[in-house]
Ligand binder design. Structure first.
Ligand code: NIG
Ligand code: FE
Length: 388
C-alpha cells in the first residue's frame, strides 16, 4: 500500500482537540501521512515520517472534506421560473415540489443518475467528500424505490423521504398516503436506505402523521431525521428530539422550548442557509443554538426548488455573515457537525484511522472561506486518499 506525505501545510484543521489548538485542533506548519484510503499520521511537519510520495501544500490551509448531510439530488426538471418569481416577491410554497415530482417520474434511470453524478462531481470540486441523498420526488412505491437505488450508487447515506409531500394522487386522501408511506412503500424502500425523513410542516405532514411515519421507519431499522420548522414554528424539532432523531434540519423558526429540547437531547440541529437565501427567508440565529450547547451541522440542502447549490463554501459564507457563526464554528459545522448528523466518526476529522478526506485551500487559513465569498478557493481534494 502506497503512502503519501502531505507536508508544508500552513494551517491544518484536524477537528480533534487532542491533536492541536482549540476546538478545531489546529496545527500550524503541519503534515499528514495518507496510507491507502486512511490517515496514518498527523502532526508537525518537522516531525513527519517518510512516505513513498510527497505533496507540498506550500503553506496553504488544509481541513477535513466537507460532510454534506442533507441533499435531494435524485430529480429531473427545472424550476428557474419559480425562483425568478420568488425573487420578484412571490412566497416559497412546499407545493412547488409537485413540479419536480412530475419531471422526475417522467425521466429515465440514466437521466436521473447522470444528473445526480454531475451534481456530486460539482460538490466534490468544492470540497465535499461525504454526501447524504434523499428520495422524495417519486412519491409512488416504484419511483421512491428507484430514487433510493440510484442514490445508493453514490453514497451509503441514503434517506427514504416518501413523506416529502402528499402525492398528487392522494390529494383528497392524505391518510391513505400515510398508509402507503408506512406500508408498501416503506417495505420496498427500507432495504435501500439507512435513514427515514419526513417534511413536518404545514402543507406537508403534521406532527401526528410525521410521528407515525418516523416510527414505522424505525420499526424497519431506519434511523430518523426530520425536515423541521422551516416555513414556520411547529412540532418538528421537538418530535425529532422525542424520537432520538440524528438531526433536525432547517430549524429556521425555533421557540425557546425547541432550543431547550435540542440542548437536552442527542439530535443535531442542521442549518441550511442556502434555503433561506433561495427562498428569501429570514435566517435563523445560530448563536442561540451554540449558546445552549446544541450540536450544529451545516449543509447545502441541494434541491431544485428551495436551494439549488452544491457549494459548502457558499453555505459557510452565508452562515458566517447571516447566521452569526464564527468562521471556526461554520467550518466545524460543515465537517465534524455533518459527520455527527450522519453518526459517522470516520469522516469530518483528520486523525489516524479516519478516512483520508482532505481539502487544500488556495489560502493560508480556512477563514478565507467566508472572507473571500464566491471565490473558488478549493485547490485539491482527496477522497479516501485519492485526488478527485
Ligand atoms: O429541504 N423542505 C422540503 N424539501 C426541500 C425543498 C424541496 C423543493 O422545493 O423541491 C427543502 O427545502
Ligand atoms: Fe431538504
Amino acid at each position: 500500500m502506497a503512502t503519501t506525505l502531505v507536508t508544508g501545510i500552513g494551517s491544518l484543521v484536524t477537528n480533534d482537540s487532542a491533536l492541536g489548538a482549540g476546538p478545531l485542533g489546529v496545527i500550524e506548519q503541519a503534515a499528514v501521512v495518507i496510507d491507502d484510503d486512511r490517515i496514518a499520521w498527523v502532526g508537525a511537519a518537522a516531525e513527519a515520517p517518510a512516505a513513498d510520495t510527497r505533496y507540498d501544500a506550500g503553506g496553504r490551509a488544509v481541513f477535513p472534506g466537507f460532510v454534506d448531510s442533507h441533499s435531494h439530488l435524485v430529480f429531473a426538471g427545472d424550476r428557474t421560473a419559480e425562483f425568478d418569481a420568488r425573487m420578484s416577491g412571490q412566497a416559497y410554497r412546499a407545493g412547488g415540489i409537485r413540479t419536480t415530482v412530475a419531471a422526475t417520474r417522467a425521466a429515465s434511470d440514466e437521466r436521473l443518475a447522470d444528473n445526480a453524478a454531475a451534481l456530486i462531481a460539482e460538490a466534490a470540486r468544492q470540497g465535499t467528500t461525504t454526501i447524504e441523498i434523499k428520495s422524495g420526488y417519486g412519491l409512488t412505491v416504484e419511483d421512491e424505490e428507484r430514487a433510493l437505488r440510484i442514490a445508493a450508487r453514490f453514497t451509503p447515506e441514503v434517506t427514504y423521504l416518501g413523506a416529502h409531500i402528499v402525492a398528487p394522487e392522494y390529494a383528497e386522501d392524505p391518510a391513505g398516503y400515510v398508509d402507503l408511506v408506512t406500508g408498501p412503500m416503506l417495505d420496498a424502500c427500507a432495504p435501500h436506505a439507512r435513514w427515514v425523513d419526513v417534511f413536518c410542516e404545514r402543507g406537508a405532514f403534521d406532527g401526528d402523521q410525521a410521528r407515525a411515519i418516523l416510527r414505522a421507519g424505525i420499526g424497519k431499522g431506519l434511523i430518523p431525521r426530520v425536515h423541521a420548522n422551516q416555513l414556520g414554528p411547529g412540532p418538528g424539532v421537538q418530535l425529532a428530539v422525542e424520537l432520538g432523531a440524528a438531526s433536525a434540519d432547517h430549524c429556521t423558526y425555533l421557540t425557546d422550548a425547541d432550543v431547550d429540547a435540542l440542548a437536552s437531547g442527542d439530535t443535531v440541529a442542521t442549518l441550511l442557509p442556502g434555503a433561506e437565501f433561495s427562498t428569501r427567508a429570514v435566517y435563523p440565529d445560530a448563536r442561540r443554538l451554540f449558546a445552549a450547547g446544541v450540536d450544529v451541522a451545516l449543509s447545502t440542502d441541494c434541491n431544485p426548488g428551495s436551494s439549488f447549490t452544491t457549494s459548502m463554501p457558499f453555505c459557510i459564507a452565508l452562515a458566517v455573515r447571516d447566521m452569526g457563526m464564527t468562521p471556526d464554528q461554520a467550518l466545524h459545522a460543515a465537517t465534524a457537525g455533518g459527520a455527527r448528523a450522519l453518526r459517522r466518526d470516520d469522516v469530518g476529522v483528520l486523525r489516524p484511522g479516519a478516512r483520508a478526506d482532505l481539502v487544500e485551500l488556495d489560502a493560508p487559513s480556512h477563514v478565507h472561506l467566508a472572507y473571500r465569498p464566491g471565490v473558488p478557493l478549493v485547490r485539491t481534494v482527496w477522497r479516501a486518499g485519492v485526488v478527485v
